[in-house]
Design a protein around this ligand. Structure first.
Ligand code: NAP
Ligand code: ZN
Length: 351
């Protein structure tokens, strides 16, 4: 076993604190990674506080991981010691169901293994995530990251990046489209960057009036304060696609009615409490759709990382020592994230 340490929550009501544990010894296809940076996703907070009622404590969160390979199993062919790599939200899946075979591992019909809070295939123990000094992952679930980019700012691409890239690609967002991004947090700011990079006319919906200038810098052509119904009404029947990244339950009708005929409202936020039931008439009368989307497959995540390297796209981050992660959660709850916290794992010490 490989002695490791990180930050864990011991219950839904205790702050994260130092925790020592063991990683598995390397199997032939495993890669051992020294973690350099780990992004702070709202999903970490949902899990730490058991808002989805499936947390197994202790929880070591973190699924926006960038690090360096320090050791490889004897049959590893894709990675070398010293390379910069990434690990996102999943570390395994069944590999045989139709979804896994097509590269949609995130939609595995059998047993997707998340980076934390999942029973590990190899040991049966619960997985521990990236708020830690190192991790052992099967090479098939490890991503390549470009050293041309700032590695700390790359880390959140592994979740916030792919979760917005994938639906924008799936719904073929591009030139001539009018696209809305709801919520300017970790996911939302990457949604703006990608929608803008794909050539769409991009509108940010926000509850925070202080974010307008930032939104424009990040790629918004227009910013709408969603609490202002006059501003909202100007956009009725006009959107091809709207991506909601909001982390709390909200009124979906306010957005479905902004879609034009056949338009799609795609939800990626996973709030603690369900959304109020949407108006079906709002959908029927314009053949509108409400959809959901989960992260992205391994191949698509690599495609996204390569796209970002080519177009010089990274996340806007605030780098924090791990000792500040509990305060970062409180700021996240106040929508005070500019626009992703990333933990500098160098600050993590064993004592
Ligand atoms: P985040 O950084 O906290 O951003 C969420 C944003 O939602 C806030 O910045 C805020 O934007 C908006 N918001 C917050 N409270 C609101 C309220 N009461 N009413 C309206 N808007 C509000 O969170 P994140 O890390 O981007 O994650 C967002 C959600 O996506 C979380 O639920 C997370 O679990 C989920 N997620 C899903 C996937 C997936 O695969 N589907 C992957 C990762 C994360 P404004 O200030 O601009 O209003
Ligand atoms: Zn995430």
């Amino acid at each position: 076993m490989i002695k490791s340490f990180g930050y864990a929550a011991q219950s839904a009501t205790t702050p994260l604190g130092l925790f020592t544990f063991e990683r598995r010894e390397l199997n032939p296809h495993d890669v051992q990674i020294d973690i350099l940076y780990c992004g702070v996703c709202h999903s970490d907070l949902h899990t730490v506080r058991n808002e989805w009622q499936n947390s197994v404590y202790p929880v070591v969160p973190g699924h926006e991981i960038v690090g360096r390979v320090v050791k490889i199993g004897e049959q590893v062919s894709n990675f070398k010691v010293g390379e910069a790599v990434g690990v996102g939200c999943m570390v395994d899946s069944c590999r045989t169901c139709p979804n896994c075979r097509k590269g949609f591992q995130q939609y595995c019909d059998n047993e997707i293994i998340f980076t934390y809070n999942s029973p590990e295939k190899q040991t049966g123990k619960i997985t521990y995530g990236g708020y830690s000094n190192q991790i052992v992952v099967d090479e098939n679930y490890v991503l390549r990251v470009s050293e041309k980019l700032d590695l700390a700012s790359v880390a959140p691409l592994l979740c916030a990046g792919i979760t917005t890239y994938s639906p924008l690609r799936y719904w073929k967002v591009g030139k001539g489209d009018k696209v809305g991004i709801v919520g300017l947090g970790g996911l939302g700011h990457m949604g703006l960057k990608f929608a803008h990079a794909f050539g769409a006319y991009t509108v940010l919906f926000t509850t925070s009036s202080g974010k307008t200038e930032d939104a424009k810098r990040l790629g918004a052509d227009e910013v709408v304060i969603s609490k202002n119904s006059d501003e909202m009404n100007k956009h009725i029947n006009s959107f091809d696609f709207i991506l909601s990244t909001v982390s709390v339950s909200h009124n979906l009708d306010a957005y479905t009615e902004l879609l034009k005929r056949g338009g799609t409202l795609c939800l990626v936020g996973v709030p603690e409490h369900p959304h109020p039931s949407p108006s079906i008439a709002n959908l029927i009368f314009k053949r509108r759709e409400i959809a959901g989307s989960l992260i992205g497959g391994i191949q698509e995540t690599q495609e996204m990382l390569d796209f970002c390297a080519e177009h010089n796209i990274v996340c806007d981050i605030e780098l924090i020592p791990i000792q500040q992660v509990n305060q970062a959660y409180e700021r996240m709850l106040k929508s005070d994230v500019k626009y992703r916290f990333v933990i500098d794992i160098a600050s993590l010490k064993e004592e």
